[in-house]
Design a protein around this ligand. Structure first.
Ligand code: ARG
Length: 460
């Protein structure tokens, strides 16, 4: 019983299975770097506040740096008997520097320690993820810049609707990612608040100065209530929610890439290095990366649900339930990062097949709205114009031709307002060029959107 860190009040040792079952070191050792960072700041503050002597503070900091070196070199021996990352590091510190190591935990609890570690870890990971989003967005801008005049069908209900440029579609993805970026930046503000100093739940009796620790750790602010600080994980939920929305976006993009790569669409080429073959069908080239990202979105949504469910019944303050926050959060970060790395590499390298896109656009009467708009501009009310064009489309369908293949005489049979200037608005280029306003698909408008996008990404 005297073996463990809390031996004093116990009369028998922890059951071997229970020790294993309650341990978290196998996964929370991933926060070792942040744990040491937090401990160094805490020991420094204890020294500066005269709670331990400057010499004791120095010994502890040196010892912690030595432990850090052992971990970095892979020499550190992790022990499940020591339960978690915090106790493993503290035990090793004391083994290295002797009894003074036991003073590190003065005025601190694992409850505020772990909350601090997770926030430091998540802050670092959020920054890496933001950089990946920025890289993906920069790639999309380059892709779009080459295709402001590559015309494809825009869809509603997955039926050909109106012509758009491939660049316009890519820039829609860019916009989705811009909001994801902003959401993570915003969530990061609430991640970046310091729980340390809350101790177990009520604060501590020592004359600590939390502003010193916060400054050393780069926290923007200090958690204002000790009960809240050790018990809430809403910052992790918020991150996972933003991650879920981002994965939902990547999954929608994936779905489009998968459809477009099929022989039936034939819209894009994805380089072989992002695809795999079939062990039985020699002809196959499968869009594995987008398919997997679409699948991984489900996994991140699941982690969000796990964290919400984990928290909903917990009375204040800390409960051991909270130990279950780490694996979902780690998995969410890993899944999101992997998906972003793959997308940032792959997307700038997809090539559209402009002939197939054009042929598909011509097949779907995509300029029917333009013809209606043409008639409106000649004085016909929109509803009547809609009716007229519907009849013209019916004739074209019956003849198996495009609207622009109908003769002027045929078109005039539907409305005397139609003149020979009509053919301009029936072309795909005419249709695109006509939508020249902020947010429209005209090449000029999309070029301006790309320019605004570049300014945005440079400002990150
Ligand atoms: N491993 C624990 C966790 O992840 C650390 C805090 C444990 N605190 C306690 N009083 N048991 O939450």
């Amino acid at each position: 019983a005297g073996q463990s860190m809390w031996g004093g009040r116990f009369s028998e040792a922890t059951d071997a299975f229970v020790a294993e079952f309650t341990a978290s070191v196998n996964f929370d050792k991933r926060m070792a770097h942040q744990d040491i960072q937090g401990s160094i700041a805490h020991a420094t503050m204890l020294g500066e506040c005269g709670i331990i002597t400057p010499d004791e503070s120095r010994q502890i900091v040196d010892g912690l740096n030595a432990v850090k070196g052992e971990i970095e070199r892979g020499e550190f021996v992790w022990s499940v008997a020591l339960e978690d990352v915090h106790m493993n590091i503290e035990a090793r510190l004391t083994a290295l520097i002797g009894d003074v190591g036991k003073k590190l935990h003065t005025g601190r609890s694992r409850n505020d320690q772990v909350a601090t570690d997770i926030r430091l870890w998540l802050r670092d990971e959020t920054d890496k993820i933001l950089a990946l989003i920025a890289k993906l967005q920069a790639g999309l801008l380059d892709l779009a810049a080459n295709h402001t005049r590559t015309i494809m069908p825009g869809f509603t209900h997955l039926q050909t609707a109106q012509p758009v440029s491939f660049a316009h579609h890519v820039m829609a993805w860019f916009e989705m990612l811009s909001r994801d970026y902003d959401r993570l930046v915003d969530a990061r503000r609430r991640v970046n608040q310091m729980p340390l100093g809350s101790a177990a739940l009520a604060g501590t009796t020592y004359p600590i100065d939390r502003t010193i620790t916060a400054k050393l750790l780069g926290f923007e602010g200090i958690c204002q209530n000790s009960l809240d600080a050790v018990s809430d994980r809403d910052f992790a939920i918020e991150f996972t929610a933003a991650a879920s929305i981002l994965m939902m976006h990547l999954s929608r993009m994936s779905e489009e890439l998968i459809l477009w790569m099929s022989a039936q669409f034939g819209f894009i080429h994805i380089p072989d290095r992002f695809c795999t073959g079939s062990s039985i069908m020699p002809q196959k080239k499968n869009p594995d990366v987008p398919e997997l990202v679409r699948g991984k979105a489900a996994r991140v949504f699941g982690q969000l649900n796990t964290l919400l469910s984990l928290m909903k019944n917990q009375p204040l303050a800390y409960n051991k339930d909270n130990q279950e926050d780490k694996e979902p959060l780690f998995d969410c970060v890993d899944t999101l990062s992997g998906s972003l790395i793959a997308f940032a590499d792959m997307l700038p390298n997809i090539t559209p097949n402009s002939e197939n896109m054009r042929a598909a656009t011509l097949k779907g009467y995509a300029t029917a709205t333009d013809l209606a708009d043409y008639l409106v501009k000649k004085g016909l009310p929109f509803r009547d114009a809609h009716e007229v064009v519907g009849s013209a489309v019916a004739l074209a369908v019956q003849k198996g031709v495009d609207l622009s293949d109908l003769s002027l005489a045929e078109l005039q049979g539907f409305s005397a307002l139609i003149g020979d200037d009509v053919f301009e608005c029936l072309t795909l280029e005419g249709s695109l060029n006509a939508r020249n306003h902020i947010g429209g698909t005209a090449p000029q408008a999309v070029e301006a959107a790309i320019e605004r996008g570049r300014v945005r990404v440079q400002g990150y």
